[in-house]
Design a protein around this ligand. Structure first.
Ligand code: AMP
Length: 398
């Protein structure tokens, strides 16, 4: 460990070398598992805190089996680890404060505080000089009516906290729907925000890393296809002009710099028809749309996160091959696994190399993320064709 320097947001720069360092992960899902697999290869040890028996991460790391808000368990994690990170953003505020006090949490809690709340997040993005969809805070039926008048239709009403995968959202297509949408979401008790609907050509995301030393590197933008509000596929290189890709990477870096983020920050954006970029959401952790980096980039997002929080120089983010990542949901798991038992004729014919990742979850529920396939290809159209030819995702594609 080297001497420490404090940054504006209170995080410190310490160099935590492999072989001497145990990393604690709050959360034991697939993101924790893939962080552990990447970090173990580098020589770090891992302990995860998760309430689920045999959690995906608990299969590859030591596990403290307890709830995320269990302060006693968090204290135990702090005692056993040299550095702590998290794999989901809804970390309990009390636990976050306790861990910061009792251990070393280079990501700090201010990034979590900001990204847990859509309004705070939008303000932070704007403070970085980056565009978001025009929005209004909604505090009553009257403010709702006024905001719909100002922003026009269509627009999207969202809960400020707790929404994910399209939950806690209502698209308003005409003014008559506004009050009903407001009443439905206001009943949840959450604060609300109304956003102008951006008529986008496509959705892209950039995973950016900022280290405790302040070094920043971005991964190539991924073009993301959602089905039923769940990420279906990420296509890299994204099929958008090179100047827009460069701009997207610059914006992501500007947001990470301005927020003094440490670790990974996934920046989701809309590409509007006129080429303008609007940031929709941030996630201060490894992101599903960054899974393609595992085989397609010189450094994976998971290795990069470990490097960033441990104060190592960041790894090279060069794209080594075009790639399509397709998610394996509960309904896709069996046919995907079955295919691995025999030579894959479609892949051979197309010149595509499928790399399968399965997360070790016991129950394969419909819509639940069970794994993903990274399809290394010469051209992303071949990867997309493989997905089509297997017919496994046919219902999701339609
Ligand atoms: P979110 O929960 O904010 O990630 O939104 C889920 C999805 O809804 C996004 O991936 C978009 O496809 C769509 N969406 C959300 N907000 C907007 C918006 N302001 N304009 C257009 N589409 C949106």
């Amino acid at each position: 460990m080297s001497g420490t320097e404090k940054s504006k947001n209170g995080s410190q720069h310490r160099v935590m070398l492999p072989g001497h360092t145990t990393i604690g992960i709050l959360g034991g899902g697939q993101l924790g598992r893939m962080l552990t697999l990447a970090g173990t290869a580098m020589g770090y040890r891992f302990i995860t805190l998760d309430p689920a028996k045999d959690a995906p991460c608990g299969q590859v790391a030591r596990q403290i089996e307890a709830g995320y808000a269990d302060e006693g368990a968090a204290l135990e994690l702090a005692r056993q680890c040299d550095v702590i990170t998290y794999e989901f953003e809804n970390v309990d505020a009390g636990v976050a404060a306790l861990l910061e006090r009792e251990s070393y949490v280079p990501q700090g809690s201010s990034l979590l505080y900001t990204t847990q709340h859509r309004l705070r997040e939008k303000r932070a993005i704007e403070a970085a000089g980056v565009r978001v969809a025009p929005y209004r805070e909604i505090t009553s039926a009257d403010t709702m009516q006024a905001a719909v008048g100002e922003l026009g239709v269509p627009c999207v009403l969202k809960t400020v906290t707790g929404g994910y995968d399209g939950k806690g959202q209502r698209v308003i297509r005409d003014a008559a729907q506004a009050l009903k949408a407001y009443e439905e979401l206001a009943a949840t008790g959450a604060e609300l925000v109304l956003e102008q609907f951006i008529k986008f050509d496509c959705e892209i995301s950039v995973v950016v890393a900022r280290s405790t030393a302040g070094e920043i590197k971005t991964f190539p933008p991924a073009e993301n296809i959602h089905v039923n509000n769940i990420l279906h596929a990420s296509i890299v290189p994204a099929r958008v002009p090179a100047d827009i890709q460069l701009e997207a990477q610059k914006l992501a870096a500007a947001v990470a710099e301005s927020m003094e983020a440490v670790g990974l920050l996934a920046v989701e954006m809309f590409v509007a028809a006129d080429g303008r970029l609007y940031v929709n959401e941030l996630a201060p952790r490894p992101h599903n749309s960054g899974h393609y980096t595992m085989e397609a980039c010189a450094t994976s997002q998971f290795e990069q996160h470990i490097r960033a929080i441990c104060g190592l120089p960041l790894g090279d983010t060069t794209l080594l091959s075009p790639v399509v990542m397709v998610n394996v949901l509960g309904e896709h798991l069996e046919p995907v696994i079955e295919r691995t038992g025999a030579p894959d004729g479609d892949a051979i014919e197309l010149g595509v190399i499928p790399k399968l990742h399965i997360y070790g979850k016991t129950e394969a529920k419909t819509g639940r993320k069970m794994g993903h396939v990274n399809l290394l290809c010469h051209d992303v159209e071949e990867g997309l064709q493989w997905i089509e030819q297997t017919t496994i995702w046919r219902n999701t594609n339609s």
